[in-house]
Design a protein around this ligand. Structure first.
Ligand SMILES: *Cc1c(COP(=O)(O)O)cnc(C)c1O
Length: 367
């Protein structure tokens, strides 16, 4: 074995239970992008078994995959392209987001014999998806041939509690809800909160929260909200690899493409057979591997399939020994937060980009 991502489904269950309890509402488990790299189907099943009420995905294809796996829970897909197979979505009871009158028209036209279940997305200030200028034109007529299930919006800065934009977005959301109420749609699911708002902004929970990153045990923003541990979350993924090679190298040996770094002394280097093709960021620096003898930092540039770490002259590690690239940090290993910081990115991107060459193994963490 070269490398594997061990996913602890009991951690995901713990996180879902604890988030749902603190929200006190329905919970939509966000499983887009292969469940943030953790594996769509096993994570979806674990989340449902822990009490998630809904599954949320970006793409219709992701929703189809859930149904093909026999999952019958409510599913919302919110990035459904014009011209999609809306009929198939309706037949499979997949709920659809609509963000424009055109989208509503397409969905209505496909609602022959069976009405589509729809959630209206409103743009409350993120200026990305959702109704904005067309919201005022929306009338009951546009909604007559569909079943309106919900209304939702998305925060841009929920990881900055106290930021005024959050209050503005909340107010605009309430106004949008009022409009639907005045059109007679009173029995609808209102959902606004992502993970950060679920953790820090009770007032925005409404009828359902949509939790992604926190469900995987990671903090939406370590700097502003604290780390996993302080939030009571358990990181679910551990990425580990078996060392491909260990060798002794003299001082001042240039390492890797561009010779960006040289060995500072006679030392042992470890080569890990993972690279940017596997989601290890090419620019990562100040990260590396952890073994029972502690942390060993990356030296030189990460290449497509390999990176090199400085194990130190006294290392007892040998080729074939397992090392941890990131984990929950409880043994002193690097975390997905560390790798994010080490590459000018965030934990979301680190876990989501672990490539398909890395098998996902479902079990409790093994060190
Ligand atoms: C991805 C996404 C979420 C989840 O965000 P987290 O920060 O991971 O909790 C929620 N809602 C929508 C619309 C999203 O696209």
């Amino acid at each position: 074995m070269r490398a594997e991502a061990i996913v602890d489904l009991s951690a995901i269950k713990h996180n879902v239970e604890s988030l749902k309890k603190s929200a006190g509402t329905k919970l939509l488990a966000v499983v887009k992008a292969d469940a943030y790299g953790h594996g769509l189907i096993p994570v979806a099943k674990a989340a449902l078994s822990a009490g998630a009420d809904y599954l949320g995905v970006a793409l219709l294809e992701e929703a189809f995959a859930l149904r093909e796996a026999g999952i019958e829970a409510p599913i919302l897909a919110w990035l459904v392209q014009p011209g999609s197979d809306f009929k198939k979505a309706i037949e499979l009871d997949i709920e659809l987001a609509a963000a424009s009158l055109k989208a509503l028209g397409e969905i209505s036209a496909a609602s022959v014999g069976k009405k589509a279940k729809v959630h209206l997305e409103v743009d409350t200030g993120m200026t990305r998806g959702g109704f904005l200028n067309e919201w005022d034109q929306l009338s009951s007529e546009h909604l007559s041939n569909i079943e309106l299930i919900g209304i939702f919006s998305h925060f841009a800065r929920a990881d900055e509690p106290g930021e005024k934009q959050n209050i503005d977005q909340l107010n605009r959301f309430t106004q949008a809800v009022d409009k639907l109420h005045s059109l007679g749609f009173t029995n609808i699911i209102r959902h606004l909160s992502n993970s950060a708002a679920t953790l820090k902004d009770e007032a925005s929970s409404f009828d359902m929260v949509r939790t992604g990153i926190a469900m995987y045990g990671l903090s939406p923003d370590v700097k502003t909200l604290g780390n996993s541990k302080s939030l009571g979350l358990r990181p679910a993924m551990q990425l580990r690899a078996a060392l491909y090679l260990v060798k002794e190298v003299p001082a001042n040996s240039p390492v890797g493409y561009g010779a960006t770094e040289s060995t500072p002394r006679d030392t042992k280097l470890g080569i890990v057979a993972m690279g940017y093709a596997d989601g290890i960021p090419r620019i990562a620096h100040d990260a590396g591997i952890w073994s029972s003898s502690g942390k060993s930092p990356i030296i030189g540039r990460v290449s497509m399939d390999q990176f090199v770490v400085d194990l130190g002259p006294d290392s007892k590690l040998q080729s074939g020994d397992w090392v941890v690239i990131f984990g929950n940090g409880s043994h002193g290993e690097y975390t997905a937060d560390d790798w994010g910081a080490a590459s000018g990115s965030i934990n979301y991107e680190i876990v989501t980009r672990i490539g398909p060459r890395v098998p996902r193994i479902y079990s409790a963490h093994v060190y």
